[in-house]
Design a binder for this molecule. Structure first.
Ligand SMILES: Cc1cc2nc3c(=O)[nH]c(=O)nc-3n(C[C@H](O)[C@H](O)[C@H](O)COP(=O)(O)OP(=O)(O)OC[C@H]3O[C@@H](n4cnc5c(N)ncnc54)[C@H](O)[C@@H]3O)c2cc1C
Length: 299
């Protein structure tokens, strides 16, 4: 055990030489030197201080459902919050949930208690932290509509930020500009509803997702943001890329804005496909597509 592993292990369980592919829904990526699983703020703070002292890079992960990790080795620490930070409580229609709570699970817990507002998240396989970070959304709703305040670790302090201060926008928030801030929890305002109605809506949407998304294959959800003028899928369809495959990465036949890991894809395969799509869409439509999936550990 090296010195850093030993020191990290004082704060939380540690793994070394961990596959990033195993930590992402896309199942792509090289290894990371360390992965730690803190379950409280003191441990998290200790890990960050240690990383800073030792000059080791770190990255917070939720469920890795919006990440494309490079094939390279990450000489740093992955801090996973989805194993520890998963307490939550309801106070009437107000839900406070720690960053590692699953969005799918929280939407079910709200439904069971007859609270409406999280239905849109019932098929988003990320965490509260990841959802706040990118203002995750679906069916014309998003986190910003329910989040009232976010508890954030900033420069060694934990502070509450109002929704306004989070500067939510389409799949974005202030947290994208501050990668060193860590979302610890969010307070959300739900509305009273009827469990059966909420359940029916969620079931309906699950069926729609099953019918329209390649959920049987590893992916990171929609690859491109929708440009203002036209949905990304129409552009990808328009260049004839449905089913297009490079190496092990394939444009899904079912949903052309999904690139799936069909057969042992590398990050390099995935990005070749992304870049081809961007070039062809620019050539044909004069529109620049931008990735919604985040690239991590690219140099
Ligand atoms: C099948 C499928 C369907 C999907 N459908 C949708 C959809 O309908 N709508 C949608 O918006 N997205 C969708 N996604 C994408 C993804 O699930 C969301 O973006 C989700 O919010 C990511 O959460 P995560 O916990 O997995 O974040 P990760 O992928 O682990 O991390 C994403 C980013 O958030 C940061 N982050 C995570 N947690 C924290 C934290 N606590 N503090 C600070 N930063 C943090 C990470 O550092 C990283 O930069 C889908 C993905 C898949 C695979």
């Amino acid at each position: 055990m090296n010195d850093i592993t030993e020191r990290l292990s004082k704060f939380a369980p540690v793994e070394t030489d961990v596959s990033l592919a195993q930590m992402t829904t896309l199942r792509i990526g090289g290894n990371a030197h360390y992965a730690v699983y803190p379950d409280n703020l003191l441990a998290l703070d200790g890990i960050i201080q240690l990383a800073k002292e030792e000059g080791v890079a770190y990255k917070v992960f939720g469920k890795g459902s919006n990440m494309l990790c490079s094939d390279d080795y990450f000489e740093g620490i992955i801090i996973r919050l989805d194993h520890g930070f998963n307490d939550y409580w309801f106070d009437g229609d107000e839900l406070t949930a720690e960053a590692g709570c699953s969005l799918i699970y929280m939407s079910q817990e709200a439904m069971k208690r007859g609270y409406s507002g999280l239905e849109f998240a019932s098929g988003i396989p990320g965490t509260i932290g990841g959802g706040v970070f990118m203002n995750a959304g679906a069916y014309r709703s998003s986190m910003s509509e329910i989040v009232e305040a976010v508890y954030v670790y900033v420069d060694g302090n934990a502070i509450w930020m109002s929704a306004e201060e989070c500067r939510f926008g389409y799949r974005t928030s202030i947290f994208k500009e501050h990668p060193d801030w860590i979302i610890l929890a969010a307070r959300m305002n739900l509305k009273e509803g009827e469990t059966e109605k909420i359940r029916t809506l969620m079931d309906d949407r699950r069926k729609r997702r099953l019918a329209s998304q390649p959920l049987d294959k590893p992916s990171a959800g929609s690859v491109f943001r929708n440009p203002d003028e036209v949905p990304a899928w129409k552009l990808i369809e328009g260049i004839g890329y449905r089913g297009k495959m490079i190496g092990g990465a394939k444009v899904s036949d079912k949903h052309v804005n999904f690139i799936i890991n069909e057969d042992g894809a590398t990050a390099y395969d995935f990005m070749r496909l992304v870049n081809e799509i961007k070039d062809k869409v620019r050539e044909k439509y004069g529109i620049d597509l931008h990735m919604e999936v985040e690239r991590f550990n690219w140099h």
